[in-house]
Design a protein around this ligand. Structure first.
Ligand code: HEM
Length: 146
């Protein structure tokens, strides 16, 4: 079970990075070029929301079954987790920042849907998706992933 979820989370991350990148660039270009918002723009922003939420589910499962997560050990030592870069990354920074990134995408998506003017839709998506994308890039464990 662990191996299946580990590989799912690891491979799905490629799709997440690609789709969030495309949705972010699309929103920035739409905003700068003052394009009118169309069905293609709606689809790419929705697709980014869906793939990140699926990744959230894989991540939550991994959080409870990965041996890198030490919170559930009987002899958990918080100071040991916080002092060790790798343990801190997996136990605190990666899950926390990724949840914040996914929340930013969710908020950006729902806020943009409520706007009626194309420029406001693109601007909202551009701001929230860019922040989310930066948070994601910052918290990916690149050395073990690529
Ligand atoms: C968009 C969101 C996310 C992305 C792009 C992402 C990406 C990744 C990547 C690339 C790895 C390394 C995989 C490897 O070693 O090949 C990883 C590991 C991990 N992620 Fe995420 N992640 C995300 C969200 C989350 C969330 C929300 C959680 C927990 C609530 C989580 C928990 C974990 C854990 C526990 C590991 C370590 C698994 C292990 O090596 O045993 N991730 N993640």
């Amino acid at each position: 079970m662990y191996t299946a979820f580990y590989h799912l989370h690891s491979f799905w991350a490629y799709l997440v990075v690609l789709v969030v990148f495309l949705a972010t660039v699309n929103a920035i270009i739409g905003s700068v070029a003052k394009r009118s918002y169309g069905p293609k723009d709606f689809r790419i922003s929705l697709f980014a929301l869906i793939v990140t939420h699926i990744q959230l589910l894989f991540g939550i499962v991994l959080f409870f079954i990965s041996d890198k997560i030490r919170w559930f050990d009987a002899d958990t030592d918080v100071s040991l987790i916080m002092k060790n870069d790798l343990l801190r990354l997996y136990n605190v920074e990666h899950p926390l920042l990724m949840i914040i990134a996914i929340a930013l995408i969710t908020i950006g998506y729902s806020k943009h849907k409520k706007k009626s003017i194309s420029a406001s839709k693109f601007k909202t998506l551009a701001i929230f998706y860019t922040l989310a994308f930066i948070a994601m890039l910052a918290m990916i464990p690149w050395s073990v992933w690529l």
